[in-house]
Every structure is written in C-alpha cells, then in structure tokens.
Design a protein around this ligand. Sequence first.
Ligand code: AP5
Ligand code: MG
Length: 246
Amino acid sequence: MQPHKDQEASLHRARSVGALVVLLLGAPGAGKGTQAKRLAAHLGLPHISTGDLFRENLSRSTPLGLRAKGYMERGELVPDGLVIEMLESRVSAADCRGGYLLDGFPRTLPQAQALAKSLEAAGLSAGVPPRLAVIDIEVPDGLIVRRASGRLVCAACGHIQHKEFDPPKQAGRCDRCGGALQSRADDQPEVVTKRLEVYHRQTAPLVQHYRAAGLLDAIDGQGNPGQVFDRLLQTLHNRGVQGGRA
Ligand code: AP5
Ligand code: MG
C-alpha cells in the first residue's frame, strides 16, 4: 500500500473503531522484537521499538543518539525525558493515528504516565478513546542470557536470528535478504546481566501497574517463535482484537 493510503486507512480506523495500541513488555531478549515484527504485520500497525530508534539515531550520530550512547553501552536506561520526547514525536506521525505497537516502551512508571496522557489527548482529538492491550512475554532469566548473547541482527533489513536457535543457512548472512548479520554491541554477557538487573528493578513493576488496571495478559515466552506467536494471537483474540483489526 502507498504511504498516503496507509495514513488514510489509519485515520479511518481511528474515527470508526478507535485506535488500538499494543504494548509488549518483557525482559531484554524475551522475544519482544521477534514477536513485534510479526504481530505488527498481522494487525496492520506500525512497529515502534525505542531501542531501534536509539540505534538508528546512533548510526547517524545525531545529538539524540550520542546522548543515549553511554547509557545503552552500560546497559542502563536512557533518561525518561529523552525517551518520552522521542516517543511522542514518533507517535504523533500520521501513520500512528489508527494505533501502533510499542516494543520496549514504557520501561518506567513516568514513561507509562506520559503514555497515558498522550493516549488521553489522542482520544479527545479523535472523539473515540484508544484501546490499550498489554502483553508481558515471560521467559526465565537463564534462557534470557542465552537468547541475548546468541542474537544476530541483519544490518540491512533488521531481521533477527540466533546462533543456536535460528542459525543462518549461510554463515554470517541473513536468511531473508542476504545482508550481513551482526551481534548487538550491548549483547556481551556482562551488559546483558546489567540490563536484566535494570529490568527487574525499573521495568518489572509495570507488570503489576497494568495488571491492576485490568489491561495486562502474561504469556509464556518459551518454545519456538511460532508457538509464542500463537499464544499472543489467542490472548489478543480473547480480548476481542483480531488480525486486520477492523
Ligand atoms: P532494546 O533494544 O529495547 O533492548 P531490550 O529490551 O534489552 O530487548 P532486546 O531487543 O534485547 O530483546 P527482545 O525482547 O527484543 O528480544 P529479540 O526478539 O531480539 O533497548 C536497548 C537499550 O536502549 C536499553 O538497554 C536502553 O539503554 C535503551 N532503551 C530502549 N528503550 C528505552 C526506554 N523505553 N527507556 C529507557 N531506555 C530505553 O530476541 C532475542 C534473541 O532470542 C534473538 O536472537 C531471537 O532470534 C531469539 N529468540 C526470540 N524468540 C525466541 C524463541 N521463541 N525461541 C528461541 N529463540 C528466540
Ligand atoms: Mg528488541
């Protein structure tokens, strides 16, 4: 579909059924990115990963990317002010009027509060409040470290593979486009351990926050990606969200 057609479809949805906003929560390496790519395509929503946005900024050496760099390298969270500003700018784009899928945001209570305000404002301007569905992908810490430390990402198309769980057919080359597969700079074991500790301290409390609001379902993130995706779809289906959504 042409970009302007996507935007028209997105606006039409927002005005008729209300926007749909899906959040994927889960520890680093839980499979948020792997599932988000499939789910966004299935639901016809833009996929927004704050980690990917920072990495794109970093690869272009923008002021935002350079400010985020040290935090990401140390496995710490980028300060809320920077993340919220970047996210608000992205979701105000026309393709997000019908909703969007968030991967890696929010990660703190102030980020969740900023998102709630932004959704309230979007609902007032569209005349229909957006629907929010939150899915927590649960994976035990031991498996997280194996998943993150074996991750390979295509430098050309962003496709995600794994040295052990989804090995490339040709060494070092993406199965999808043939581009170069790379490890992520923050996937060294000591940085993964730090990211996991930060997750438990700063992000895991959001699970209780959204559960108390009646918005959250948890799914088992173990098994192969297809099995996890089936659980995701079933969970959304139980909440009345269908593929194509309309
Ligand atoms: P971000 O890029 O969001 O990293 P993360 O949360 O640490 O999550 P990952 O991308 O590492 O894991 P994932 O859950 O997407 O797993 P994936 O699908 O790739 O953030 C990076 C940094 O940016 C942060 O540390 C922070 O500094 C900053 N940042 C970003 N957002 C921020 C925010 N909101 N606030 C503050 N700072 C922020 O899968 C991992 C591997 O496992 C892959 O190799 C995959 O092939 C494999 N795999 C996936 N599913 C399966 C399966 N079912 N079976 C077998 N293997 C699988
Ligand atoms: Mg990711």
